[in-house]
Write a protein that binds this ligand. Sequence first.
Ligand SMILES: *Cc1c(COP(=O)(O)O)cnc(C)c1O
Length: 344
Amino acid sequence: MKPLKELTRPNIWNLKPYSSARNEYSGHVAHVFLDANENPYNKPYNRYPDPLQEEVKAKLAIVKSVNPEQIFLGNGSDEAIDLIYRCFTRPGQDNVVAIEPTYGMYKVCADINDVAYRPVLLDEHFQTTANHLLNACDSHTKVIWICSPNNPTGNEINRKEITALLQRFEGLVVVDEAYSDFSAISPLRLELNKYPNLIVLNTFSKAWGCAAIRLGMAFAQKNIIDIFNKVKYPYNINSLTQQQALQILKDPYEVDKWVKTLLLERSRMTEAFKLLPICKKIYPSNANFILVEMNDAQAIYNYLVEKGIIVRNRTNVQLCHNCLRITIGSKSENNELLAALRQY
Ligand SMILES: *Cc1c(COP(=O)(O)O)cnc(C)c1O
Protein backbone atom coordinates (compact mmCIF):
# COMPACT_ATOMS: atom_id res chain seq x y z
CA MET A 1 0.00 0.00 0.00
CA LYS A 2 1.14 3.54 -0.73
CA PRO A 3 1.46 5.84 2.31
CA LEU A 4 -2.01 7.09 3.24
CA LYS A 5 -0.86 10.67 2.70
CA GLU A 6 -0.26 9.90 -0.97
CA LEU A 7 -3.73 8.39 -1.35
CA THR A 8 -5.52 11.29 0.33
CA ARG A 9 -6.65 14.49 -1.42
CA PRO A 10 -4.00 17.05 -0.35
CA ASN A 11 -6.60 19.58 0.89
CA ILE A 12 -8.18 16.86 3.03
CA TRP A 13 -4.85 15.69 4.43
CA ASN A 14 -4.14 19.30 5.47
CA LEU A 15 -7.69 20.02 6.64
CA LYS A 16 -8.19 21.46 10.10
CA PRO A 17 -11.65 20.17 10.97
CA TYR A 18 -14.50 22.15 12.51
CA SER A 19 -14.32 21.91 16.26
CA SER A 20 -17.79 21.74 17.77
CA ALA A 21 -18.73 22.79 21.29
CA ARG A 22 -19.16 19.14 22.20
CA ASN A 23 -15.73 18.22 20.80
CA GLU A 24 -13.96 20.78 22.96
CA TYR A 25 -15.63 19.80 26.18
CA SER A 26 -15.07 16.15 27.00
CA GLY A 27 -14.28 13.91 29.89
CA HIS A 28 -15.49 15.97 32.85
CA VAL A 29 -18.82 15.40 34.51
CA ALA A 30 -20.97 18.43 33.72
CA HIS A 31 -24.60 19.36 34.22
CA VAL A 32 -24.92 22.93 33.03
CA PHE A 33 -24.49 23.25 29.29
CA LEU A 34 -24.25 26.85 28.14
CA ASP A 35 -21.72 26.21 25.37
CA ALA A 36 -23.70 25.42 22.23
CA ASN A 37 -26.47 28.04 22.06
CA GLU A 38 -29.09 25.35 22.54
CA ASN A 39 -32.56 26.03 23.91
CA PRO A 40 -32.84 24.75 27.51
CA TYR A 41 -36.45 23.69 26.88
CA ASN A 42 -37.95 20.86 24.79
CA LYS A 43 -35.93 18.01 26.26
CA PRO A 44 -34.45 15.71 25.02
CA TYR A 45 -34.51 17.13 21.48
CA ASN A 46 -32.93 20.44 22.48
CA ARG A 47 -29.41 18.99 22.76
CA TYR A 48 -26.94 18.32 19.94
CA PRO A 49 -26.17 14.62 19.55
CA ASP A 50 -22.78 13.05 20.31
CA PRO A 51 -20.69 13.92 17.21
CA LEU A 52 -18.68 10.69 17.46
CA GLN A 53 -21.54 8.40 18.60
CA GLU A 54 -19.37 6.84 21.31
CA GLU A 55 -22.12 4.89 23.06
CA VAL A 56 -23.32 3.32 19.81
CA LYS A 57 -19.77 2.49 18.75
CA ALA A 58 -18.95 0.87 22.11
CA LYS A 59 -21.89 -1.54 21.70
CA LEU A 60 -21.32 -2.05 18.00
CA ALA A 61 -17.63 -2.84 18.53
CA ILE A 62 -18.61 -5.86 20.61
CA VAL A 63 -21.26 -7.11 18.19
CA LYS A 64 -19.00 -6.63 15.15
CA SER A 65 -15.70 -7.73 16.80
CA VAL A 66 -13.77 -4.57 15.92
CA ASN A 67 -12.34 -1.71 18.00
CA PRO A 68 -14.53 1.38 18.50
CA GLU A 69 -11.90 3.54 16.79
CA GLN A 70 -12.16 1.31 13.69
CA ILE A 71 -15.81 2.34 13.16
CA PHE A 72 -17.23 5.23 11.14
CA LEU A 73 -20.99 5.80 11.27
CA GLY A 74 -22.75 7.56 8.42
CA ASN A 75 -26.18 8.60 7.19
CA GLY A 76 -26.57 5.22 5.48
CA SER A 77 -23.69 3.42 3.77
CA ASP A 78 -24.23 6.01 1.09
CA GLU A 79 -22.51 8.66 3.23
CA ALA A 80 -19.48 6.39 3.61
CA ILE A 81 -19.40 5.73 -0.14
CA ASP A 82 -19.45 9.45 -0.92
CA LEU A 83 -16.85 10.22 1.77
CA ILE A 84 -14.44 7.67 0.26
CA TYR A 85 -14.51 9.70 -2.96
CA ARG A 86 -14.25 13.04 -1.19
CA CYS A 87 -11.32 11.94 0.96
CA PHE A 88 -9.26 9.85 -1.44
CA THR A 89 -9.94 10.84 -5.05
CA ARG A 90 -9.18 14.09 -6.84
CA PRO A 91 -11.94 15.26 -9.23
CA GLY A 92 -10.90 15.25 -12.87
CA GLN A 93 -7.66 13.37 -12.12
CA ASP A 94 -8.14 10.09 -10.29
CA ASN A 95 -10.18 7.01 -11.15
CA VAL A 96 -11.69 4.00 -9.43
CA VAL A 97 -12.19 0.40 -10.58
CA ALA A 98 -15.29 -1.65 -9.73
CA ILE A 99 -16.86 -4.98 -10.52
CA GLU A 100 -19.81 -4.83 -12.93
CA PRO A 101 -22.71 -5.34 -12.41
CA THR A 102 -22.91 -4.12 -8.82
CA TYR A 103 -24.59 -1.64 -6.48
CA GLY A 104 -25.40 1.59 -8.35
CA MET A 105 -24.22 4.12 -5.77
CA TYR A 106 -20.50 3.56 -6.42
CA LYS A 107 -20.92 4.96 -9.92
CA VAL A 108 -23.38 7.73 -8.97
CA CYS A 109 -20.95 9.04 -6.34
CA ALA A 110 -18.05 8.79 -8.82
CA ASP A 111 -20.05 10.91 -11.27
CA ILE A 112 -21.00 13.44 -8.58
CA ASN A 113 -17.33 13.77 -7.63
CA ASP A 114 -16.14 13.91 -11.26
CA VAL A 115 -14.02 10.80 -10.81
CA ALA A 116 -13.64 8.33 -13.71
CA TYR A 117 -15.37 5.02 -13.01
CA ARG A 118 -13.88 1.89 -14.62
CA PRO A 119 -16.27 -1.07 -14.55
CA VAL A 120 -14.78 -4.55 -14.99
CA LEU A 121 -17.35 -7.06 -16.20
CA LEU A 122 -17.79 -10.22 -14.11
CA ASP A 123 -17.64 -13.58 -15.89
CA GLU A 124 -20.67 -15.79 -16.57
CA HIS A 125 -20.44 -17.15 -13.00
CA PHE A 126 -20.48 -13.57 -11.70
CA GLN A 127 -16.82 -13.96 -10.60
CA THR A 128 -13.66 -11.95 -11.18
CA THR A 129 -9.93 -12.21 -10.44
CA ALA A 130 -7.34 -9.94 -8.85
CA ASN A 131 -5.47 -9.89 -12.17
CA HIS A 132 -8.52 -8.75 -14.04
CA LEU A 133 -9.17 -5.87 -11.68
CA LEU A 134 -5.49 -4.88 -11.46
CA ASN A 135 -5.25 -4.79 -15.26
CA ALA A 136 -7.89 -2.05 -15.25
CA CYS A 137 -5.83 0.10 -12.85
CA ASP A 138 -3.24 2.78 -13.58
CA SER A 139 -1.23 5.14 -11.39
CA HIS A 140 -4.35 7.28 -10.82
CA THR A 141 -6.50 4.42 -9.51
CA LYS A 142 -7.15 5.15 -5.84
CA VAL A 143 -9.96 2.75 -4.96
CA ILE A 144 -11.26 -0.67 -6.06
CA TRP A 145 -14.92 -1.42 -5.24
CA ILE A 146 -16.03 -4.96 -4.46
CA CYS A 147 -19.47 -5.90 -3.21
CA SER A 148 -19.68 -9.35 -1.60
CA PRO A 149 -22.24 -10.86 -1.44
CA ASN A 150 -22.83 -8.81 -4.56
CA ASN A 151 -25.97 -6.87 -5.42
CA PRO A 152 -27.78 -7.75 -7.72
CA THR A 153 -26.12 -11.12 -8.42
CA GLY A 154 -26.35 -12.45 -4.83
CA ASN A 155 -23.07 -14.41 -4.82
CA GLU A 156 -19.89 -14.04 -2.81
CA ILE A 157 -16.89 -12.85 -4.80
CA ASN A 158 -14.07 -15.42 -4.54
CA ARG A 159 -12.29 -14.64 -1.23
CA LYS A 160 -8.84 -15.71 -2.50
CA GLU A 161 -9.08 -13.12 -5.26
CA ILE A 162 -10.11 -10.38 -2.83
CA THR A 163 -7.23 -11.13 -0.45
CA ALA A 164 -4.80 -11.26 -3.39
CA LEU A 165 -6.09 -7.85 -4.40
CA LEU A 166 -5.63 -6.50 -0.87
CA GLN A 167 -2.03 -7.68 -0.92
CA ARG A 168 -1.15 -6.48 -4.41
CA PHE A 169 -3.10 -3.23 -4.89
CA GLU A 170 -1.34 -0.04 -3.79
CA GLY A 171 -4.54 1.87 -3.13
CA LEU A 172 -7.68 1.20 -1.08
CA VAL A 173 -9.98 -1.79 -1.49
CA VAL A 174 -13.57 -1.28 -0.38
CA VAL A 175 -15.54 -4.46 0.31
CA ASP A 176 -19.25 -3.77 0.78
CA GLU A 177 -20.59 -6.49 3.09
CA ALA A 178 -24.15 -5.13 3.32
CA TYR A 179 -25.46 -8.70 2.98
CA SER A 180 -22.83 -10.67 4.93
CA ASP A 181 -25.34 -11.56 7.70
CA PHE A 182 -27.09 -13.79 5.15
CA SER A 183 -23.94 -15.55 3.98
CA ALA A 184 -22.38 -18.78 5.20
CA ILE A 185 -18.92 -17.33 4.53
CA SER A 186 -17.18 -15.50 7.37
CA PRO A 187 -17.08 -11.73 6.81
CA LEU A 188 -13.83 -10.09 5.74
CA ARG A 189 -14.51 -7.50 8.46
CA LEU A 190 -13.04 -10.00 10.95
CA GLU A 191 -9.67 -9.74 9.18
CA LEU A 192 -9.53 -5.96 9.31
CA ASN A 193 -6.27 -5.91 11.28
CA LYS A 194 -4.42 -7.78 8.53
CA TYR A 195 -5.06 -5.23 5.80
CA PRO A 196 -4.17 -1.52 6.15
CA ASN A 197 -5.85 -0.76 2.80
CA LEU A 198 -9.20 -2.46 3.54
CA ILE A 199 -12.46 -0.58 4.11
CA VAL A 200 -15.49 -2.76 4.87
CA LEU A 201 -19.03 -1.36 4.60
CA ASN A 202 -22.00 -2.63 6.64
CA THR A 203 -25.49 -1.25 7.13
CA PHE A 204 -28.42 -1.27 9.55
CA SER A 205 -30.74 -1.33 6.51
CA LYS A 206 -30.84 -5.06 5.71
CA ALA A 207 -30.47 -7.82 8.36
CA TRP A 208 -30.89 -5.30 11.18
CA GLY A 209 -34.26 -4.14 9.90
CA CYS A 210 -33.56 -0.40 10.29
CA ALA A 211 -33.54 1.08 6.78
CA ALA A 212 -35.66 4.01 8.03
CA ILE A 213 -33.11 5.30 10.55
CA ARG A 214 -30.35 5.69 7.89
CA LEU A 215 -27.31 4.24 9.60
CA GLY A 216 -24.37 2.81 7.73
CA MET A 217 -20.97 1.70 8.95
CA ALA A 218 -17.45 1.71 7.58
CA PHE A 219 -14.78 -0.39 9.28
CA ALA A 220 -11.10 0.30 8.66
CA GLN A 221 -7.89 0.87 10.54
CA LYS A 222 -7.85 3.97 12.71
CA ASN A 223 -5.85 6.25 10.40
CA ILE A 224 -8.52 5.91 7.70
CA ILE A 225 -11.44 6.37 10.13
CA ASP A 226 -9.76 9.52 11.50
CA ILE A 227 -9.87 11.04 8.00
CA PHE A 228 -13.59 10.28 7.62
CA ASN A 229 -14.29 11.86 11.00
CA LYS A 230 -12.45 15.02 9.97
CA VAL A 231 -14.52 15.45 6.80
CA LYS A 232 -18.03 14.34 7.85
CA TYR A 233 -20.68 16.84 8.98
CA PRO A 234 -20.10 17.43 12.72
CA TYR A 235 -23.47 15.99 13.82
CA ASN A 236 -24.12 13.56 10.95
CA ILE A 237 -26.03 11.00 13.03
CA ASN A 238 -29.06 12.46 14.78
CA SER A 239 -30.15 11.55 18.31
CA LEU A 240 -33.22 9.57 17.25
CA THR A 241 -31.09 7.37 15.03
CA GLN A 242 -28.51 6.83 17.76
CA GLN A 243 -31.26 5.90 20.25
CA GLN A 244 -32.87 3.44 17.87
CA ALA A 245 -29.48 1.89 17.07
CA LEU A 246 -28.84 1.36 20.81
CA GLN A 247 -32.28 -0.21 21.10
CA ILE A 248 -31.68 -2.75 18.33
CA LEU A 249 -28.13 -3.46 19.57
CA LYS A 250 -29.60 -4.55 22.91
CA ASP A 251 -31.10 -7.56 21.21
CA PRO A 252 -28.84 -8.97 18.49
CA TYR A 253 -30.56 -12.34 19.05
CA GLU A 254 -33.74 -10.89 17.59
CA VAL A 255 -31.73 -10.02 14.47
CA ASP A 256 -30.38 -13.60 14.39
CA LYS A 257 -33.93 -14.93 14.51
CA TRP A 258 -34.99 -12.74 11.59
CA VAL A 259 -31.97 -13.88 9.60
CA LYS A 260 -32.66 -17.57 10.30
CA THR A 261 -36.29 -17.17 9.21
CA LEU A 262 -35.26 -15.33 6.06
CA LEU A 263 -32.72 -18.02 5.18
CA LEU A 264 -35.39 -20.71 5.49
CA GLU A 265 -37.67 -18.63 3.30
CA ARG A 266 -34.85 -18.14 0.79
CA SER A 267 -34.52 -21.94 0.45
CA ARG A 268 -38.26 -22.36 0.18
CA MET A 269 -38.52 -19.64 -2.50
CA THR A 270 -35.61 -21.17 -4.43
CA GLU A 271 -37.37 -24.55 -4.52
CA ALA A 272 -40.70 -22.96 -5.46
CA PHE A 273 -39.13 -20.98 -8.33
CA LYS A 274 -37.62 -24.20 -9.71
CA LEU A 275 -41.16 -25.45 -10.28
CA LEU A 276 -42.33 -22.33 -12.16
CA PRO A 277 -42.37 -22.92 -15.92
CA ILE A 278 -41.82 -19.16 -16.51
CA CYS A 279 -38.54 -19.30 -14.53
CA LYS A 280 -35.47 -20.33 -16.54
CA LYS A 281 -32.73 -20.03 -13.94
CA ILE A 282 -32.29 -19.32 -10.23
CA TYR A 283 -28.87 -18.00 -9.30
CA PRO A 284 -27.49 -19.22 -5.94
CA SER A 285 -27.73 -16.50 -3.29
CA ASN A 286 -25.78 -15.55 -0.18
CA ALA A 287 -28.05 -12.55 0.40
CA ASN A 288 -31.67 -11.78 1.34
CA PHE A 289 -32.76 -11.76 -2.29
CA ILE A 290 -32.66 -14.10 -5.25
CA LEU A 291 -31.80 -13.25 -8.83
CA VAL A 292 -33.99 -15.22 -11.21
CA GLU A 293 -33.98 -15.39 -14.98
CA MET A 294 -37.52 -15.42 -16.35
CA ASN A 295 -38.82 -16.01 -19.85
CA ASP A 296 -39.97 -12.36 -20.10
CA ALA A 297 -38.88 -10.23 -17.14
CA GLN A 298 -40.50 -7.00 -18.35
CA ALA A 299 -43.94 -8.55 -18.93
CA ILE A 300 -43.85 -10.39 -15.59
CA TYR A 301 -42.68 -7.25 -13.81
CA ASN A 302 -45.62 -5.29 -15.30
CA TYR A 303 -48.07 -8.06 -14.41
CA LEU A 304 -46.87 -8.07 -10.79
CA VAL A 305 -47.12 -4.27 -10.54
CA GLU A 306 -50.78 -4.54 -11.63
CA LYS A 307 -51.28 -6.91 -8.69
CA GLY A 308 -49.60 -4.48 -6.30
CA ILE A 309 -46.43 -6.60 -5.97
CA ILE A 310 -43.16 -4.82 -6.66
CA VAL A 311 -39.94 -6.64 -7.47
CA ARG A 312 -36.77 -5.24 -9.04
CA ASN A 313 -36.50 -5.57 -12.80
CA ARG A 314 -32.81 -5.99 -13.67
CA THR A 315 -33.24 -6.90 -17.33
CA ASN A 316 -31.29 -3.84 -18.51
CA VAL A 317 -28.29 -4.61 -16.28
CA GLN A 318 -25.30 -6.25 -17.97
CA LEU A 319 -25.28 -10.08 -17.59
CA CYS A 320 -28.80 -9.89 -16.10
CA HIS A 321 -30.96 -9.94 -19.22
CA ASN A 322 -34.50 -11.07 -18.34
CA CYS A 323 -33.65 -11.18 -14.64
CA LEU A 324 -35.75 -10.09 -11.69
CA ARG A 325 -34.22 -9.45 -8.29
CA ILE A 326 -36.63 -10.62 -5.64
CA THR A 327 -36.24 -9.66 -1.98
CA ILE A 328 -37.11 -12.42 0.48
CA GLY A 329 -40.10 -11.08 2.39
CA SER A 330 -42.31 -12.51 5.12
CA LYS A 331 -43.85 -15.92 4.57
CA SER A 332 -47.20 -14.40 3.59
CA GLU A 333 -45.61 -11.86 1.22
CA ASN A 334 -43.61 -14.63 -0.43
CA ASN A 335 -46.72 -16.77 -0.77
CA GLU A 336 -48.60 -13.90 -2.39
CA LEU A 337 -45.82 -13.50 -4.96
CA LEU A 338 -45.74 -17.25 -5.69
CA ALA A 339 -49.53 -17.41 -6.07
CA ALA A 340 -49.45 -14.52 -8.55
CA LEU A 341 -46.63 -16.12 -10.57
CA ARG A 342 -48.43 -19.47 -10.70
CA GLN A 343 -51.43 -17.69 -12.21
CA TYR A 344 -49.38 -15.87 -14.83
C1 LIG B 1 -28.81 -1.95 0.40
C2 LIG B 1 -27.35 -1.77 0.19
C3 LIG B 1 -26.63 -0.89 0.98
C4 LIG B 1 -27.30 -0.10 2.07
O1 LIG B 1 -27.23 1.24 1.89
P1 LIG B 1 -27.74 2.19 3.08
O2 LIG B 1 -27.42 3.55 2.56
O3 LIG B 1 -26.94 1.83 4.30
O4 LIG B 1 -29.20 1.93 3.28
C5 LIG B 1 -25.27 -0.78 0.81
N1 LIG B 1 -24.64 -1.52 -0.12
C6 LIG B 1 -25.30 -2.38 -0.89
C7 LIG B 1 -24.57 -3.20 -1.87
C8 LIG B 1 -26.68 -2.52 -0.77
O5 LIG B 1 -27.32 -3.37 -1.58
